[in-house]
Design a protein around this ligand. Sequence first.
Ligand SMILES: O=C(O)C(=O)C[C@]1(C(=O)O)C=C[C@@H](O)C=C1
Length: 379
Amino acid sequence: MAVHTVRSLATHLHTGTSRNISPSHRNPNAAIRLSYRSPKLRRFISVSSSLREGNEHGKENSVRALEVKNIPEESPLLPKALSSNQLAEPVSNGSRVRVAYQGVRGAYSESAAEKAYPNCEAVPCEEFDTAFEAVERWLVDRAVLPIENSLGGSIHRNYDLLLRHNLHIVGEVKLAVRHCLLANHGVNLVDLRRVLSHPQALAQCENTLTRLGLVREAVDDTAGAAKLIALEGLSDAAAVASAKAAEIYGLSVVAEDIQDESDNVTRFLMLAREPIIPGTNKLFKTSIVFSLEEGPGVLFKALAVFALRQINLTKMESRPLRKTPLRASGGLKYFDYLFYVDFEASMADEVAQNALRHLEEFATFLRVLGSYPVDTTML
Ligand SMILES: O=C(O)C(=O)C[C@]1(C(=O)O)C=C[C@@H](O)C=C1
């Protein structure tokens, strides 16, 4: 079988070649994906590491080619996705909000989308990029994407994509992630040799998987691993995925709560084409990204604009400035960074506006990614 080369839409756009988001978006049964389709059967294809752009995709280089063959179009395993007549419908006309997420049915991201937008139509996308672009091109109304996990840390790929795309953060949602080990019926712990899952999920279960002596294999998402095991009828492999994925793909739960800490939480961002109007009626958070000149104490000064005003910072992440990674200064070459900061204040607050005006005085670049209500459901 020929494996279709899938490249991110962003790559095509950035190299100037335009391309539709997916030939399959006209098919009411098709997920948003960049994939080969045959008229009667669809093949789910994700790319092997050799086709990927290395760490661009934020995935381990050990990602394996995953092919699930010849699934009938009407299979209940297939996610329901975009139909062309839905594309024209605005959110406000009573139709369900369409929310893009990365992964297949049963992924944690799908649960996050449903928590963020109850009763929404969750639309699966193969890549994070695809979810961003689905919103930008009005194929869906929102995207819900993971940004950090309490055990595994930041999802760097999505930090980079926030800057590359022009969407706004309109909310956040925290999801308790409870991993299970899923296998085909009749397969026991002792039969298992390998375990398939999303790299983040594998990392979150590091201790258990080491104790069980299982060889890790990274795939695109947790539910995709469950689906593969079910469709291929594997008897030596298990998936790290949700109990919901076990139900959807007809697997049994061999072990429950296998994450390294019982409290395992992933924070997701809700993204939209338009920003929301920030309020002061509830607890708000603002996310920004900026870069600075090189020099002693510059980062200290940048952070002081918040400290001086008693504004609490909740998250900070630095990412390389890809286009100009090294900057010469005083005969030395320094790495250049982008700093992503979340702070607890609304852009409607004068104090937040003053802090950003102050930061602008010496930042070489500054962008507000969004000002949105804090998810207090887990406080
Ligand atoms: O694979 C999934 O189920 C996902 O939704 C992705 C993802 C992630 O990217 O972090 C989301 C939540 C969990 O932390 C593990 C994996």
